[in-house]
Design a protein around this ligand. Sequence first.
Ligand SMILES: Nc1ncnc2c1ncn2[C@@H]1O[C@H](COP(=O)(O)OP(=O)(O)OP(=O)(O)O)[C@@H](O)[C@H]1O
Ligand SMILES: [Mg+2]
Length: 340
Amino acid sequence: MSDAYLVLEGLTLAYGKTVAVDRLSLSIAAGELVALLGPSGCGKTTTMRAIAGLMPVAGGRITLDGREITRVPANRREIGLVFQSYALFPHLTVFDNVAFGLKLHGLSGTALRTRVEEGLTTVGLSDFAGRKTPDLSGGQQQRVALARSLVMQPKLLMLDEPLSNLDARLRLEMRTELQRVQKESGVTMIFVTHDQVEALALADRIVVMRGGGIEQIGTPEDIYNRPASAFVADFVGFENIARIKGDRLATDAGEIAPGRPLPDAAGLAWRPRAVPLGTGPLQGRVRGVSFAGSSREYVLETPLGTIKAETDAALPAYPLGAEVAFDLPVDSAAPLQVLG
Ligand SMILES: Nc1ncnc2c1ncn2[C@@H]1O[C@H](COP(=O)(O)OP(=O)(O)OP(=O)(O)O)[C@@H](O)[C@H]1O
Ligand SMILES: [Mg+2]
């Protein structure tokens, strides 16, 4: 599988004088499901709009399936785009919503009906063809929007926060559904989320964006277990981050000598779960404790500032104000190449 199906080279995008995306380069393979993950304002929607041809490119190139499309009009790019608000036609049936784009392309009769029925089957809506779209649930409406794009057989399908206005349960269901549809149809898909759990669960690869550029690209395992920078670490739940300063660990609050060799990295990061309590060479004071069902979450005041720990709820609880031993084991830390 070559990576070069969709290629962005030095893509720069601006709103007037405000540069929103700065020399972004990225290659995506055919059939890949890629998540763009990042905080609000980092340039996710802007990047997708440029790929779709909905905003001019200030610098760089976009190539899709071997053809440069940087300046090709949107309607000749064969790219589908699904937004958070699906913008279905409320006066049309599910069938006619899905058929709409195909009709514009001149399809009619049996050919049209077959394509629409295939699309509805793929998203599990065959029984709803005759319904008006306002009479559907949020998840069903989302499926119509998905089918409407899929039946066009786009070279690339992009979804901008497709699940963000569904409730938690539907969201989970649609997440699985989206993955199934993508694998079955084989369509190359980019989707935007700022929910790291969603990105980890769905994507073949995750692109973490920050401030108009790419911070890290990797598989969900890479991003979750081997964040390259403090920014990515923090984003995927490593709440404890320290710099390595010779043989010491340091934060803005202070430093400690852990008394053991430290790896060759700029810093180390631990998830709360990786911080054992009641054992270890370090001391902290319990400033907060909250019961979270199967676990207990602690906030400790330590010479390194605030440290967060999470223990099994079956273990004895430490009360507020208690002095407690803890450890920051090097073995269970993620080494960071870049701080900040
Ligand atoms: N129409 C616009 N005019 C001017 N600036 C804009 C416009 N749209 C977006 N921006 C700016 O461009 C930057 C990137 O915006 P973009 O919408 O791509 O972010 P995003 O990553 O999609 O964020 P969110 O997660 O909130 O949707 C932001 O700083 C934003 O303020
Ligand atoms: Mg956006």
